[in-house]
Design a binder for this molecule. Structure first.
Ligand code: ZN
Length: 136
């Protein structure tokens, strides 16, 4: 069994941004030479998320609208410290990682699935994602 680990850095351009990172992850899977196993994609931040869904422009706008409705403007305690409570609360609702099977040397995603890094408190530089490929 092999463990192949690599980090990537992401720069976001706006407060809320859905960034398709599937191609970067595919390159890491190729680099790992692992044919059968699993991959973990983990974001090291409390105001971001990793999600899998369809890369369709209308749907991405819908998701932004939906998540805004779930976390309304309000007085939040964390805002007295950091003024970004809403970004943390959105991150609480989502996930900081995803796990995907590796089959025949490729992520076994469905036809309409992409891997997204979701920025919830941008714009930021140096967002770090840790990718771990385990298998053989
Ligand atoms: Zn904060």
């Amino acid at each position: 069994m092999t463990v192949f680990k690599k980090s990537i850095k992401i720069t976001s351009q706006s407060k809320f941004q859905i960034i398709n990172i599937t191609q970067s992850i595919n390159e890491i899977v190729n680099e790992s030479h692992i044919k059968e196993g699993i991959i973990s994609i983990f974001s090291k931040h409390s105001t971001t998320a990793i999600c899998i869904n369809e890369d369709e422009i209308g749907l991405k706008e819908d998701f932004k609208t939906f998540i805004e409705k779930l976390v309304p403007n309000d007085k939040y305690k964390h805002d007295f410290i950091d003024n970004n409570a809403k970004s943390h609360l959105k991150s609480f609702l989502l996930s900081s990682s995803e796990t995907i099977p590796i089959t025949n040397g490729r992520m076994e995603l469905g036809t309409w699935q992409s891997v997204f890094f979701v920025e919830l408190d941008g714009p930021r530089t140096n967002r770090t994602i840790v990718i771990t490929v385990v298998g053989e």
